[in-house]
Each structure stands twice: as structure tokens, then as C-alpha cells.
Ligand binder design. Structure first.
Ligand SMILES: *Cc1c(COP(=O)(O)O)cnc(C)c1O
Ligand SMILES: [Zn+2]
Length: 408
């Protein structure tokens, strides 16, 4: 019962079979999953979706499997929070947080893409999965491969945050710390992928894997009462998530799940790694690679694979892009915590920091609905804020010691 016709080159449209392929032999464009939307339209309705369990697979006709999903069966359907305190602090009317910092099982949106990638890798018959990661993907591949009984090879930059390293190692992957930045890790992994018969989730399985991000967009629309918001601000690394949220919303419109789509999409990056934001702001036709230097390590991709598509998403939707400094990232992390009780990782600080900036610039209307994408959990990037949050008060274990302190 598959609704997938095959793969298709995003640039020249050439068709390819459903295989672990990712690049067009003719024009080197990326391959994309090609669906039979007419059949999906007959099979999938709002009522059918509402009747299903609250996880990302409630939209399974729009995901690229041939059979039933086997992995990440509890991933997705994270809270969409009406953020009234933060709205007041920012001076806006209607603000929401789509909170994947509590996604199952590894507390980031990457659980969605890995759920699809591992289910698909099993359909293809792979016994080993692998990835090149800035941290969260490493956690999710390690955890979900352990559950699935697959061997895993996980490649990360050697200088990642301790939280991200520990949250991979605990699942016993083969974890490889490469002495270099993510772009060097990724280049190495492309060579390894060409030689070893592994399912590299974000290389040879990428066309399938990336589709998992669409569920983040479907959920926003469903949770708003089958409506698309006015504005969505998305943290960008390789530029895939923003592209797929937009694709998901367009699919929902095409299928009649939402009536209209006037959402503006915004790229959020760190100033220390802003290749996509810079290309939008300077209206360039290409993405100029940069050498990353930022505390937002999960977003530190200097040469983003989907950068041009992220830029196209901004242009098509009438959005914009901005970037923020490391100081602004930390301030935004603290603001989100103190207003909404959500502890986000550095990427979420980027998203909120950029939202503040875009509001100040008048790029985002204060009267329309706004969704901020919180994609990862702050417990994994504690070193980013550790020196900026004060220390506990230390006292002797008696009442007078305590009262002496509160009198001060
Ligand atoms: C990977 C990641 C992103 C960005 O993903 P891309 O699809 O590569 O743009 C955003 N937030 C977090 C926390 C991530 O780990
Ligand atoms: Zn092509």
C-alpha cells in the first residue's frame, strides 16, 4: 500500500526507482520522493488523521514507506504551546511554540527524520545505519538503532558538547569523533558511504529521511485547528527542515486539509554560521560557504546541502532571514526559560533571538499568528549557559542559616 511513485530529480525532473539513491546522474541535483497525490487525497482525510494515535505516523500516507512504519512509533505530536507570557514580553498578539525539545526518544526534531530513515533502511534490507551529525542526529540514530537492533556508525565533530556525546555513547554506537568541523565530517562520510554498504541516513537515504521533517509542519497546522499560521521562524543548519515544513504545508493545502496558505517562512541562523541568512539578506543567487564559529553547534553547517532550497522557500513565501550573536542566543535561551518554562538548546536561542530581531525590524507583523520552532533541549548544551545563570546559594543545614540568607 505505497503512495510513492519513485524518486525524481528536483532540478531536471528525471525519474528514478525507489532505491537508496540521492543524486541525479545527469545534473547532480538532489533526488526527491514523488507521491501519487490523487490516491493520497482519496485515502487521507482530516477525520482519518484524527482517529489515529498521536504520533508522526498519523500522516503516514505522506511519508515514503512501502509497508508499515517500524521505528519511532512514539515520535512526533509534540506540544504546540500558546506562549502568552512570551507574547507579552515581545509585544505580539498570538504566539506559539512548537516544542520538539520534548520529542521522543532523544529530545530533538531529529527523532522524526530518523524514524523515517530507519524504517526505510530496514525496507531496503540494510543491517547497518550511519550518519554525519552536528549532535542531535547522532543521539537519535544511536538510540533508534539500538531499539531496532541495527549496527550504527555515528560521525561527529570531535569538539561537540559533552551532553551530546554522552547522549550518543549511552546507546553504544560506534561513535567517531572527527578532528574537524561538520563540513569535513560530511565530506569524509560521503567517501565512506561510497565504499561501505551502509544506510547513511543523511547521505544515501537522505531523500526519504528528509521527508520526516514534513510532520513538524503538518502538526503545526493540525494543532492550530487545520490552519496555517501567519509566520514560522525556523532554525537552519543544512536548510532541510525549513524546506520540508513549507513542503508539508503546501501538500496540506493541495489535499484540502487547510483552506489557505499565506504563511511567511523565516530562516534563523547564528551570526557565526550564517550562509543561508547572508544569502537572503544580500539577495545573492548562490550560497557562499562559511567557516562556522558559534556556540550553536547543532546549526554549525558552513556549506548547507539545502541552502538554495531554504532560500527559495523564503522567497516563495515572502519571508526573510536574520542571524544573532552568541550573546543574543544566550539571552534568548534565558528569556524562553523565564517566560515559558522551556529550556531550549542553543538552536532555540537562535530562533527566539532572530524572532526578536525580525519584530524589531518590522519584518514580522505583531498582529498575526507566529510560530517559533524550538527543535532541541537545553540539557544537552549546558556549557552554553553555565557561566551566565548564577550559582545556588550554599548554606549550613539549619533554619537560621537559611533565614540569614533571605534577610540579605
Ligand atoms: C539539525 C537541527 C536543525 C536544523 O536542521 P536542518 O534541516 O539541517 O536545517 C535545527 N535544530 C536542531 C536542534 C537541529 O539539531
Ligand atoms: Zn537531474
Amino acid at each position: 500500500m505505497s503512495f510513492v511513485k519513485g524518486l525524481k530529480c528536483r532540478e531536471c525532473g528525471r525519474p528514478y526507482p525507489k532505491q537508496p539513491l540521492y543524486i541525479c546522474e545527469f545534473c547532480f541535483g538532489p533526488l526527491e520522493v514523488d507521491y501519487d497525490y490523487d490516491r493520497i487525497g482519496r485515502a487521507l482525510t482530516r477525520d482519518e488523521i484524527l482517529s489515529r494515535p498521536k504520533n508522526m505516523w498519523r500522516y503516514r500516507e505522506l511519508l515514503p514507506l512501502d509497508g508499515r512504519p517500524t521505528d519511532g512509533l512514539n515520535s512526533g505530536f509534540t506540544p504546540l504551546i500558546r506562549a502568552s507570557n512570551l507574547a507579552k514580553a515581545l509585544g505580539v498578539k498570538e504566539l506559539y511554540i512548537k516544542d520538539d525539545s520534548v520529542n521522543h526518544p532523544t529530545l530533538s526534531f531529529k527523532d522524526r527524520v530518523v524514524a523515517v530513515a530507519l524504517s526505510k533502511a530496514k525496507e531496503f534490507g540494510f543491517d547497518t545505519v550511519a550518519c554525519a551529525s552536528t549532535g542531535n542526529l547522532a543521539n537519535s540514530v544511536s538510540a533508534q538503532a539500538a531499539v531496532a537492533g541495527l549496527k550504527s556508525y555515528v560521525f561527529i565533530p570531535a569538539d561537540l558538547e559533552t551532553g551530546k556525546v554522552v547522549a550518543s555513547l549511552i546507546y553504544k554506537p560506534t561513535l567517531v569523533g572527527v578532528e574537524g568541523n561538520y563540513d569535513q565530517v560530511n565530506r569524509l562520510c560521503s567517501e565512506i558511504a561510497a565504499k561501505y554498504k551502509w544506510a547513511f541516513v543523511n547521505i544515501n537515504i537522505r531523500p526519504y529521511y528528509a521527508e520526516g521533517s514534513k510532520t513538524y509542519g503538518y502538526e503545526i497546522a493540525e494543532q492550530l485547528g487545520w490552519k496555517a499560521p501567519g509566520h514560522i521562524i525556523v532554525p537552519c543548519a543544512g536548510g532541510s527542515l525549513i524546506t520540508k515544513i513549507w513542503k508539508g504545508l503546501k501538500e496540506f493545502q493541495r489535499l484540502g486539509m487547510i483552506n489557505e496558505l499565506k504563511t511567511r517562512m523565516y530562516v534563523a541562523q547564528a551570526s557565526g554560521c550564517n550562509p543561508i541568512a547572508a544569502s537572503v539578506k544580500e539577495n545573492m543567487d548562490i550560497i557562499r560557504p562559511v567557516k562556522p564559529h558559534t556556540i550553536a553547534k547543532s546549526l554549525a553547517i558552513g556549506n548547507p546541502a539545502d541552502g538554495v532550497y531554504a532560500q527559495a522557500t523564503v522567497r516563495e513565501s515572502g519571508g526573510w532571514a536574520e542571524d544573532v550573536t552568541d550573546d543574543e542566543i544566550v539571552e534568548a535561551i534565558k528569556l524562553l526559560a523565564s517566560t515559558e518554562g522551556i529550556f531550549t538548546e542553543t538552536a532555540g536561542g537562535v530562533t527566539l533571538g532572530v524572532t526578536k530581531k525580525l519584530l524589531a525590524q518590522g519584518r514580522i507583523s505583531r498582529d498575526e499568528s507566529i510560530v517559533i520552532c524550538i527543535t532541541g533541549n537545553g540539557l544537552k548544551t549546558q556549557e552554553a549557559v553555565y557561566e551566565r545563570i548564577g550559582r545556588p546559594i550554599k548554606i549550613k543545614p539549619n533554619l537560621s542559616a537559611f533565614e540569614e540568607h533571605i534577610r540579605k
